[in-house]
Design a protein around this ligand. Structure first.
Ligand code: NDP
Length: 245
């Protein structure tokens, strides 16, 4: 059976990726930071469709912990066929008043954490000459977003990382792509004030927030052989927000 690892797989988009990949036949490693109950609940949903799950706590911003996550999942489930770099946080605020700690936390988790997780996973994929990596970027990587200078920089950085890794590993049969969601209904966006939410909906041609499964479908596609000729690309899943902006 193919094996996938989803960082931040306990909640939101990561949880949807884990269950969608399980439905597609993957055994799934579920990384989480602190919410073990959520990670276990996702593991139960993976088991409910007949696939194996392994839950492992790891702060991806710590390079040793990220490598330990990859090793633990490969030990338990087998070599990785797919890696979903989903773990992410926000620490919003106006750029000129942003605390350096908030800048660092977001860059370290969203960007460095993805790199620290991708590298050990890619080592095995390169040896096996097969594998797919998908990183969760964001529409704000392309548009910017006032109040999210750290987050937008981390998500734009991911695109540079994805495109570079894609070129470095393509000759050995490994693909690296990104998904750029618009606004998706998760814990992360539940804190958006109503007034701003209305503006987002008005700017979204399809007229709703996305659901985590909308993003998971794109992730599953990029992991699959249906995307065998796609690497270094960015798939927008944003209800048309980017064209509507
Ligand atoms: P949530 O806030 O719902 O979930 C975030 C997940 O990341 C949680 O599972 C959390 O683990 C995990 N996580 C956070 N920090 C760390 C860390 N240091 N180490 C390991 N895991 C960590 O987020 P979403 O589901 O909304 O977002 C998922 C991804 O998609 C993020 O990268 C986000 O930036 C991106 N995205 C989201 C959009 C949206 O509108 N929601 C839009 C565009 C991109 P735990 O459960 O243990 O806390």
């Amino acid at each position: 059976m193919p094996v996938a690892l989803v960082t931040g797989g306990g909640r939101g988009i990561g949880a949807a990726c884990a269950t969608t990949l399980a439905e597609a036949g993957y055994d799934v490693g579920i990384g989480y930071a602190g919410d073990r109950d959520a990670a276990e609940a996702t593991a139960d949903r993976v088991a409910a469709v007949g696939r194996r799950a392994h839950v492992h706590a790891a702060d991806v911003a710590d390079p040793d912990a990220a490598a330990g996550l990859v090793a633990a999942v490969e030990d338990e489930l087998g070599p990785l066929d797919a890696l979903v770099l989903n773990a992410g946080i926000t620490r919003d605020g106006p750029a000129l008043r942003m605390d350096p700690g908030d800048w660092d936390a977001v860059i370290r988790t969203n960007l460095s954490g993805a790199f620290y997780t991708a590298r050990p996973a890619l080592r095995g994929m390169l040896k096996r000459r097969s594998g797919a990596v998908v990183a969760l970027s964001s529409v704000v990587a392309m548009t910017g977003n006032p109040g999210q200078v750290n987050y937008a920089a981390s998500k734009a950085g991911l695109l540079g990382m994805v495109k570079t890794l894609a070129r470095e590993v393509a000759a050995r049969g490994v693909r690296v792509n990104a998904v750029a969601p618009g606004y998706i209904a998760t814990d992360m966006t539940a804190v958006i004030p109503e007034q701003y939410r209305e503006k987002i909906l008005a700017a979204t041609p399809l007229g709703r927030l996305g659901e985590p499964v909308d993003v998971a479908a794109a992730v599953r596609f990029l992991c699959s052989d249906d995307a065998a000729f796609m690497t270094g690309t960015v798939l927008s899943v944003d209800g048309g927000l980017a064209i509507g902006a």
